[in-house]
Design a protein around this ligand. Structure first.
Ligand SMILES: Nc1nc2c(ncn2[C@@H]2O[C@H](COP(=O)(O)OP(=O)(O)OP(=O)(O)O)[C@@H](O)[C@H]2O)c(=O)[nH]1
Ligand SMILES: [Mg+2]
Length: 458
């Protein structure tokens, strides 16, 4: 039997041991498996408490089972669910009992979702939404993934595709009817009006999409500065744990240290870097190189220096190329400067440097000014991510296809008057592209790469 026709099973809940574990079985053998192990098949969609037994009659567990008959199930196939106690031994015994049934095997990662997709239960954008939902860390990411899972992008793409097919039908009809191959104006005009409008809608969706993609990937904030400025201390305070080693010796941090923060629901990766200075030590030199590289690639740099210190200009290319750089003066608890004696913006903005230089005075050890800094970070994140409530484009794949579609529609418009067959042909390409967004055509390569990211049991 082909692997795709075999019945699959997997642990669908979290890692054991846990109070309850859910094992799902999907495929033609799901019913027989229930009969073998639970001794009966309950009414569809009604929870039933039963003793599970293996083929020798040994008790596996006192469990709840559920039965979903195809096609009214998550995968579109017959599905059985075993809710058992989440101990490893119980699961082991249940898996062994399932595996002993012919044509029943453990599922590959993402295989349940793949079957749901192949049986038309979800489209590709929904499958991607599900993948994002499983991997969402923050509240806002979760809401976005849920919107996508509910099929907002899919709905929109389906509607676009339907309208494209309509426009195409008008033009094809015109070609069939016209003697000279020229589509009559009264067919061409409404078709082209529709195409123009669709192109504008797609372009607007694209324009609003950068923020959704950002929400998926997160914001990177780098803490950089001279050695001993207190960068690791600040990272630990913001992360509320001792993620990085702090010491009074300059040159403590060598590697780049990453911590993930949830700032007001926004996913932020905060990185701590080696203090930047000239050094002979080859290991520290590599640390400095990495620090500069990561800080230059960050979305925001916190340039940390001693409040009492002299000039603390960041070396190139940190803070250049429009990356905002905030000047943070640390150790105000030791500082001789009066609170109002500091002039904001002591760093002059260099040419090409982000204009968004802001100035903070903190004590990473004592906590002075930290609330202020966090509030500023939150509002920066809010502005950077945008509201994120609008478009459902969260992946390069969506963006690329929509870009191609917009370009293809523009080409269609430009071809008017140069032969209606060309117009019709270009339109067919747009329809195909929209189909690809929904996963309707040439999808195998996309499927393989998508579904292998899923967890087993999904
Ligand atoms: N008094 C005072 N000491 C601080 C403050 N922040 C950090 N320190 C101290 O400064 C020293 C250096 O702190 P780190 O956080 O290791 O500095 P760093 O910038 O990560 O140093 P490198 O990793 O070597 O570049 C430690 O002894 C800290 O306790 C502060 O706000 N006030
Ligand atoms: Mg450090």
């Amino acid at each position: 039997m082909h692997p795709r026709e075999q019945t699959i099973f997997a642990l669908s809940s979290g890692r054991p041991p846990s109070a309850i574990a859910v094992v799902r079985v999907s495929g033609a053998q799901a019913g027989p498996a229930l009969e073998d192990i639970a001794g009966m098949i309950p009414a569809a969609r009604v929870a039933k408490r039963v003793m599970l037994r293996d083929s020798r009659g040994e008790v596996i567990d006192d469990a709840i089972v559920l039965w979903f008959r195809a096609p009214a199930s998550a995968t579109g196939e017959d599905v059985a669910e075993f809710h058992v106690h989440g101990g490893r031994a119980v699961l082991h015994a249940l898996f062994a009992a399932l595996s002993s049934i012919d044509n029943v095997r453990a599922a590959e990662p993402g295989e349940f979702t793949r079957r749901a997709f192949e049986n038309g239960k979800i489209d590709l954008t929904e499958a991607e939404g599900l993948d994002d939902l499983i991997h969402a860390d923050t509240e806002r990411q979760r809401r976005q993934a849920l919107r996508q899972l509910r099929g907002l992008l899919g709905d929109r793409a389906r509607e676009w595709r339907r309208q494209l097919i309509e426009a195409s039908a008008l033009i094809e009809a015109g070609i069939d009817f016209a003697d000279e191959g020229d589509v009559p104006e009264d067919l061409l005009k409404p078709a082209m009006a529709k195409i123009g409008q669709l192109r504008r809608e797609i372009e607007q969706t694209l324009a609003a999409s950068a923020q959704s993609e950002r929400l998926r990937d997160g914001l990177t904030v780098a803490i950089a500065g001279p050695p001993n400025a207190g960068k690791s201390t600040l990272l630990n305070r913001l992360a509320r744990r001792d993620a990085a080693i702090v010491s009074p010796y300059a040159g403590t941090t060598r590697d780049v240290i990453e911590v993930h923060l949830d700032l007001d629901g926004y996913p932020v990766m905060l990185i701590d870097t080696a203090g930047i200075r000239e050094t002979e030590d080859p290991v520290e030199r590599e640390g400095v190189r990495r620090a500069q590289e990561r800080a230059a690639a960050a979305d925001l740099v916190l340039w940390l220096a001693d409040d009492d210190g002299e000039d603390a200009r960041p070396p190139r290319p940190i803070g250049e190329g429009g990356v905002p750089l905030w000047e943070v003066r640390n150790k105000v608890d030791l500082s001789s400067l009066e609170d109002d004696g500091a002039k904001p913006g002591q760093l002059e903005a260099k040419p090409g440097q982000g204009a968004a230089t802001r100035y903070f005075r903190i004590s990473a050890v004592r906590g002075d000014g930290i609330d202020n800094l966090v509030a500023a970070l939150e509002s920066f994140a809010g502005a950077w991510f945008g509201s994120g409530e609008t478009a459902g484009i969260t992946r390069f794949r969506h963006r690329n296809i929509l870009r191609e579609s917009a370009a293809s529609l523009a080409k269609t418009e430009a071809l008017v008057g140069q032969g209606d067959e060309f117009v019709a042909e270009e339109l067919r390409i747009s329809i195909q592209l929209m189909g690809r967004l929904l996963g309707r055509v040439d999808i195998d390569d996309i499927l393989d790469s998508l579904f292998k990211d899923f967890c087993i049991g999904k």
